[in-house]
Write a protein that binds this ligand. Structure first.
Ligand code: ZN
Length: 212
């Protein structure tokens, strides 16, 4: 079930426009077994099958799969180690979010969707080389205990959630927010939402926005 989830999510990623070619990577944690399912390294999302998915434990031992895991193996495991609330990690290379990664600036929650889904500004992690333990540490630090996403300096974004749909929702809202904020800065001076307004919308989205 988790292998299929990763295969399907790869196709979803390829169609989403949140990355190009084989960049970006995806993982999910099996809540019951504690194992992590990851995309393989350097393979197109279009051709990845269930046999290509790599399964690892939290200590980093590969327990199933014949492929080499994504180069950001450590980054994915690092998130699961410090965030028991997270069961899906989507690492993307989206254009507008990356503008702020290049500026090494946080993206403020300037629209309602961002306030609701991201719950505040999305911080930018310090620069570290791809695939390193240092990058994994910088990412975990930028996410903190309550972040839903962070930027990787001059590189991309990491979006997380309680499940895969939640992580993809974060990824889409982050890129839309970056796009609107970047354009707003080009033609004027964006007005930011107040902290209390963001907190109100975030609480509403996560605790009250549903059918009874
Ligand atoms: Zn990357």
């Amino acid at each position: 079930m988790y292998k299929k989830l990763i295969v399907d999510s790869g196709k979803r990623m390829a169609k989403s426009g949140l990355t190009v070619e084989t960049w970006g990577n995806i993982s999910a944690r099996d809540k019951d077994g504690g194992l992590v399912y990851l995309t393989p390294s350097a393979m197109s999302y279009e051709i990845i099958g269930e046999d290509d998915i790599v399964v690892a434990d939290l200590a980093g031992n590969i327990v199933d799969g014949k492929r080499k895991p994504t180069v950001e193996f450590e980054l994915h495991l690092g998130v699961y180690r410090v965030r028991p609330d997270v069961n899906a990690v989507v690492h993307t290379h989206p254009v507008y979010s990356q503008i702020f990664g290049v500026l090494r600036e946080a993206i403020p929650a300037v629209i309602d969707e961002a306030a609701q889904i991201l719950g505040g500004e999305v911080r930018c992690a310090r620069y570290e080389l791809p695939g390193t333990k240092e990058l994994a540490a910088a990412c975990a630090e930028a996410l903190g205990r309550d972040g839903y996403a962070c930027l990787l300096a001059n590189h991309g974004a990491v979006c997380i959630g309680a499940d895969m749909d939640a992580a993809f929702r974060v990824a889409k809202v982050l890129e839309m927010t970056a796009q609107i904020y970047a354009h707003a800065r080009m033609i004027g001076r964006p007005r930011l939402l107040e902290k209390e307004q963001i907190a109100y919308m975030h609480d509403f989205a996560y605790h009250h926005y549903r059918q009874p």
